[in-house]
Design a protein around this ligand. Structure first.
Ligand SMILES: CSC[C@H]1O[C@H](OP(=O)(O)O)[C@H](O)[C@@H]1O
Length: 361
């Protein structure tokens, strides 16, 4: 049973470099890539070498460490000004996961406390490692909070990958499923393949099978029939950005699942650290939705499956209204039937800037 507590960690800082497990080639190849250049880290986030809102935030924090090293070597006491362009390039890597912007802003706040006459790297590395450790701690806390909501013999469905691979370890939605399994509450997990990037079939299936958690992989379009024909207790998913009223952006297809769940009396649980909440936006309509490459839909592993020059739409996320969510689980506690008023219980401190955090980058 201890195996379940030693989960995958896709992000490592070692030998003064950032090491990322390349999630583009999982599950058949486990390949680690080393990064000592912040622009290469920004590209790795954009290309989804690393993905998942919390993992993107932790990775960006280490990207700031590398950018500060570069700025100190190139500009000396002017490192803080020299750092800004690299921070903007990190912030431009992907638009939806607010953890990216939260992490960069927190690292910037650390920069503001540092002397211009000394290398910023040691202090910034300490802050990045703190962000890294805080994420794993939060995931284990949320895992227990979410597992406590499950009845015995629960049958659950998850979409995309909100596992150890989407975080610094243990996972958010999969953290609840892991802890639920440890607590003997999980009878079975259905895993959506999650087209077009296939995070479910390639990443979530890999994580759950490694730990012997009983699961079945299915096509995304099978979810409705599953709910209609069998017993399903919970849809459990992660999040990329949660508005202050509880509206939640998550992988495309989550909204469809929530509508089906409401129709079939299945409960919906969103699991995300409070760093995923964007207090600067009122509702989900203000969340920027990433549009990704058309080839992700029209090709599979580089092989065209659609006619040449076909017109494609490829939004990477959709927004689930708070009214369709039964519980938002965070490390600060659980909000049942979320609303603007109920979400306030999670607010740690007043946010000074009224502009959306991602607009400030
Ligand atoms: C724990 S957050 C995981 C979240 O991120 C995924 O998106 P992507 O794989 O494109 O980064 C998906 O929305 C997951 O729910």
């Amino acid at each position: 049973m201890t195996r379940l507590l030693q989960t995958i960690e896709p992000i490592l800082w070692r030998d003064e470099q950032l090491h990322l497990l390349d999630q583009r080639v999982l599950p058949h190849t486990e390949n680690w890539l080393a990064f000592y250049d912040s622009d290469a880290v920004a590209e790795a986030i954009k290309l989804m070498v690393v993905r998942g809102a919390p993992a993107i935030g932790v990775t960006a924090a280490y990207g700031v460490v590398l950018a500060a090293r570069e700025a100190w070597f190139s500009a000396g006491e002017n490192w803080q000004e020299a750092l800004i362009p690299a921070l903007k390039r990190l912030a431009a890597s992907r638009p939806t996961a607010v953890n990216l912007f939260w992490a960069i802003e927190r690292m910037q706040q650390t920069c503001n406390t540092l002397s211009k006459y000394e290398s910023p790297e040691p202090a910034l590395l300490e802050q990045a490692k703190r962000i890294h450790q805080e994420d794993v701690k939060a995931n284990r806390t949320m895992g227990q909070y979410g597992a406590d909501l499950l009845d015995n013999d629960s049958i659950v469905l998850t979409h995309c990958n909100a596992g150890a691979l989407a975080t610094a370890g243990f996972g958010t939605a999969l953290g609840v499923i892991r802890q639920g399994f440890i607590d003997g509450k999980i009878e079975h997990v259905y895993v959506d393949e999650t087209r077009p990037w296939l995070q479910g079939s390639r990443l979530t299936a890999w994580e759950l099978m490694q730990e012997g958690i009983p699961m079945t992989l299915q096509a995304d379009v099978a979810a409705g029939a599953l709910m209609a024909g069998g017993r399903l207790d919970w849809v459990i998913v992660g999040a990329d950005r949660i508005a202050s009223n509880g509206d939640t952006a998550n992988k495309i297809g989550t909204y469809s699942l929530a509508v089906l769940a409401k129709y079939h009396g299945v409960k919906v649980m969103v699991v995300a650290p409070t760093t995923t909440i964007d207090w600067s936006i009122e509702n989900g309509s203000q969340i920027p939705i990433e549009q990704r490459a058309h080839s992700e839909v029209s090709e599979i592993e580089g092989h065209a499956i659609a006619p040449a020059k076909v017109h494609v739409s490829n939004p990477a996320f959709d927004v689930t209204p708070a009214a369709l969510i039964d519980a938002i689980v965070t490390e600060e506690g659980v909000v049942s039937s979320p609303s603007k008023e109920k979400m306030q219980q999670l607010k740690k401190e007043e946010k000074n800037d009224t502009n959306s955090i991602s607009d400030r980058m």
